[in-house]
Ligand binder design. Structure first.
Ligand SMILES: Nc1nc2c(ncn2[C@@H]2O[C@H](COP(=O)(O)OP(=O)(O)OP(=O)(O)O)[C@@H](O)[C@H]2O)c(=O)[nH]1
Length: 312
């Protein structure tokens, strides 16, 4: 058994301590969120089997006795198709210049394609930040396939390191953390020990609700749903119950009908699933008031995007 890491306070640092930021990029579905969760050791970013479910830069923090690694999980870098897509890309590019090290993820079980090359080109333009190539999902490939993929990645561009990992099996995660930490500047911790994420709780709660909604209707409306938590407050006179008021936005009335389902059954299931997840996250009982609103074509409307938290 290893001893739990000693709590560290921001500003206090043993000699040689390193602290800084890392982010993972890669085309959708390559396992970035899963990897970050595995490194941090708790679920802070949503994952799903459908691409492009991560829309925000969610940070997880890895605390080690000698270092603190703050991970910014970015959305998949892809060619913009809608305004939302464009905004995601500018978010990704500004993130890339602000971090100390970038992890470029390529899955072990799929050939390198146009999407990977597109991102590799973008990364080559971000000259001042070192880039580690990470070959993900090695549990899905044979040793020979992994070896061939490592070689193929090395021919794609110049990388500071190339490391194979399996988030699912927890393989090579310490090696990866070590390589990322090596690229951080020396300096005191940025966050107090024990913190896993600096995302406001309301954002995490909104992500859990969106994940619960997608469970039911992923094929019909994969990218048309946004969730905003308007308010979270303890019920008057009760210290064991939290009221959560949330709005779910869809783009068209027909989508509203899909989400509600026959006699409201689907919405009820979503509410129950989301409530359980939120209760697990917050460690308290909650009452979830979830309303559905139609925000016409919100993905293309700058005003709506701002309202939903996607800023220029
Ligand atoms: N077998 C296996 N599956 C994995 C591994 N890592 C991720 N996956 C699966 O791959 C799928 C995509 O993983 P995500 O972590 O959501 O991928 P992402 O790159 O964050 O995707 P976007 O949010 O769309 O950019 C999910 O079904 C994961 O369960 C792994 O190490 N092994």
């Amino acid at each position: 058994m290893t001893a739990p890491p000693q709590p560290t306070l921001p500003g206090e640092a043993p000699p040689g301590f390193r602290a800084g930021f890392a982010c993972f990029v890669g085309r959708p579905n390559v396992g970035k969120s899963t990897l970050m969760n595995a490194l941090v050791g708790t679920k802070v970013a949503i994952t799903s089997s459908k691409p492009q479910t991560t829309r925000r830069a969610i940070r997880g923090i890895v605390h080690r006795p000698d270092a603190q690694l703050v991970i910014v999980d970015t959305p998949g870098l892809h060619r913009p198709r809608t305004l939302l897509g464009e905004r995601l890309d500018s978010l990704v590019l500004s993130t890339l210049t602000e971090v100390d090290v970038i992890g470029f993820c390529v899955p072990a079980d799929e050939p390198i394609g146009k999407g990977d090359r597109f991102i590799a080109e973008k990364l080559a333009a971000v000259k001042k930040t070192p880039v580690l190539a990470i070959v993900t999902k090695t549990d899905l490939a044979s040793r020979e396939q992994v070896a061939a993929q490592l070689l193929a990645v090395s021919q794609l561009a110049e990388f500071a390191e190339i490391v194979p990992v399996s988030a699912q099996r927890g393989e090579q995660l310490d090696v990866l953390t070590g390589l990322l930490v090596d690229r951080l500047p020396e300096g005191p911790p940025l966050y107090a020990g024990g913190e896993l994420t600096d995302e406001p709780e309301q954002v995490l709660v909104a992500e859990l609700i969106r994940e619960a909604v997608l469970e039911g209707v992923r094929d019909e409306l994969p990218h048309s749903i946004a969730v905003v938590v308007e308010e979270m407050a303890p019920r008057e006179g009760r210290d064991d119950l939290l009221d959560v008021y949330a709005h779910m936005f869809v783009e068209r009335p027909s989508q509203k009908a899909i989400v509600i389902g026959h006699r409201g059954e689907r919405l009820k299931e979503v509410g129950t699933r989301a409530r359980k997840q939120i209760e697990a996250l917050l460690g308290t009982r909650i009452y979830l008031d979830l309303r559905i609103k139609v925000a016409k074509d919100w993905q293309r409307d700058p005003k709506q995007l701002r309202r939903l938290g996607f800023y220029d």
